[in-house]
Design a binder for this molecule. Structure first.
Ligand SMILES: O=P(O)(O)OC[C@H]1O[C@H](O)[C@H](O)[C@@H](O)[C@@H]1O
Length: 545
């Protein structure tokens, strides 16, 4: 069950030995149609993958590998609601949440679409009530601020989307996201707010997450300094699978928006976890986001591998991680409003594919998920791009480039785009010693000074990148982009033979934090920890004011 034994993998291994020194610069020089050969569209979204260390043969071999692991079959199984998250006995159906065609999707013999549609309708009604000023606070005022209290998938996705869709925001309504259990997060948010006009959305799939419940309790305490217990219902709503815990917390389940166990946390922004998005930009724009996700689902499900953006990006990732030994992957949006996109991608990719055990429970002897990182361009260029250009690691980069800005008045977009394109070109081309020499000579340098400086100014080049280019960051385009990366992660998980949909690796820390918490009290014996943890606990007791 290891991909290493698949003939198609071994064939890629041999191919890697043959072309590992292939020069992209030369390939571009030899083939004037390289861009045409290695670019593909989904609607208005272009993937240019020509600046990768590949030939046509590489792609054919990668597609053959995808066929050998039955990627298309796994895709069908996911879309059809099979329990592919086998360690939790769950289906994986974020695609049903944005299934705009409304074709039935069966789980355990039951179509989930009626429940999905009913919750969407409840969200739409609730948004209309808030937006039209029919949802009033305890002193009869309309809501001005939405505070989402959640963490992980119940925070990162909606927060990223709200940032990105700020140009679509409804007038008179602000949105805030509180996730960290560090009291700074909640306190600095509440400082700006009026309890009479603040609506809290407590978002937790399980409704047992320590950070979220702690923040929600404190938010309620803050609210109760002004309002009464009976007013809580006007200011707190919940999103969860767990009606019992929601009602124990004191939120009326009429004010609860349901999600289901077949929605993974990091795939949940399309569900009622997206309520703060719908409140912030309006339900119509939230629906447009779902439309975009659905468009990408159809593309991924129906397009042959050679035309399939998530499959191509997933396979290129395999090529670098497993053959070129890449450890990390940078996602660099040239769009300031996508500042939180890499953080959402971190959870999506690293929580899904950060696994060392295969589907059958055996230890894996090959690399799986990479470290995902990045910040918006052009800022990254003035910080860490040095290492991408001249460091000793191979770091594939995705450049995400919207052609048009939502803020054209500044007229900065050409500069922004020129920088994005220049980085991709520079990474591919590099700069040879001869080119550097010519430049230095032209600048008047010669002799020893020239020879001493020259090697430092050489760029090895041949460093791979993808460009994702699209007309403008609309809700539909954002939906396409997020769904694209979800499916990319899925493709890689299938090839690595891992379950991309559980996350047992987050549990140990939670368990130990629960054990340490009582030990931080002065009167407890500290006995169960290693000497380092014990001494750190002692020190904290001493230093605490
Ligand atoms: O939505 P919740 O149940 O509160 O979970 C919030 C987050 O915490 C967990 O520990 C998982 O690592 C995440 O996948 C999840 O999104």
């Amino acid at each position: 069950m290891t991909p290493l034994n698949i003939p198609e993998w071994q064939s890629l291994d041999r191919h890697y030995s043959d072309i590992k020194f292939l020069s992209m610069r030369e390939q571009f020089a030899l083939d004037s149609s390289r861009f045409e050969h290695f670019s593909v569209y989904s609607g208005d979204l272009l993937l240019d993958y020509s600046k990768n260390r590949i030939t046509q043969e590489t792609m054919e071999k990668l597609f053959a590998l995808a066929d050998a692991v039955e990627l298309k079959d796994w895709t069908k199984r996911m879309f059809n609601g099979e329990l592919i998250n086998h360690t939790e006995g769950r289906a994986v159906l974020h695609t049903a949440l944005r299934n705009r065609s409304n074709e039935p999707v069966m789980v355990d013999g039951q179509d989930v679409m009626p429940q999905v549609n009913a919750v969407l309708e409840k969200m739409a009604d609730f948004c209309a009530t808030v937006h039209e000023g029919r949802w009033l606070g305890f002193t009869g005022k309309r809501m001005t601020d939405i505070v989402n209290i959640g963490i992980g998938g119940s925070d990162l996705g909606p927060a990223m989307i709200c940032d990105a869709l700020e140009p679509y925001a409804i007038d008179g309504l602000s949105v805030h996201f509180v996730s960290n259990v560090d009291g700074t997060d909640l306190s600095t948010t509440l400082e700006q707010l009026n309890p009479e006009t603040t609506l809290f959305v407590v978002a937790s799939k399980t409704f047992t997450t320590q950070e979220t419940l702690t923040n929600a309790q404190s938010a309620r305490n803050w609210f109760l300094k002004s309002g009464q217990q009976t007013d809580v219902a006007k200011h707190f709503v919940a999103v969860s699978t767990n009606a019992e815990e929601v009602s124990k917390f004191g939120i009326n389940t009429d004010n609860m928006f349901e999600i289901w166990d077949w929605v993974g946390g990091r795939y949940s922004l399309w569900s009622a976890i997206g309520l703060p998005i719908a409140l912030y930009v309006g339900f119509d724009n939230f629906s447009r986001l779902l439309d975009g996700g659905h468009q990408m689902d159809k593309h991924f499900r129906d397009q042959p591998l050679a035309q399939n953006i998530p499959a191509i990006m997933g396979l290129l990732g395999i090529w670098y991680i497993n053959f070129f030994n890449a450890q990390t992957h940078a996602i660099v949006p040239y769009d300031h409003s996508l500042a939180r996109f890499p953080s959402h991608m971190q959870q999506l990719d690293m929580e899904s594919n950060g696994k060392f055990i295969n589907r059958q429970g055996a230890r894996i002897s090959y690399k799986t998920g990479p470290v995902i990182w990045g910040t918006p361009g052009t800022n990254g260029q003035h910080a860490y791009f040095q290492l991408i250009h001249q460091g000793t690691q191979l770091i594939p980069v995705d450049f995400v480039l919207p052609v048009n800005s939502h803020y054209p008045d500044c007229d900065h977009q050409s500069i922004l785009l020129a920088n994005g394109l220049a980085q991709a070109e520079a990474l591919m081309k590099g700069k040879t010693a001869e080119e550097v020499r010519a430049e230095l000579v032209a600048g008047g340098l010669e002799g020893k000074a020239l020879e001493a400086l020259l090697p430092h100014k050489v760029f090895p080049g041949n460093r791979p990148s993808n460009v994702l280019l699209f007309p403008k960051l609309t809700p539909e385009m954002l939906g396409q982009l997020v769904a694209l990366y979800e499916h990319k992660v899925f493709v890689q998980g299938v090839i690595w033979n891992i379950n991309s949909f559980d996350q047992w690796g987050v549990e140990l820390g939670k368990q130990l934090a629960k054990a340490i918490l009582p030990d931080l009290r002065d009167d407890n014996d500290i006995s169960t920890h290693d000497s380092s943890t014990t001494e750190l606990i002692r020190l904290i007791r001493q230093l605490r004011q």
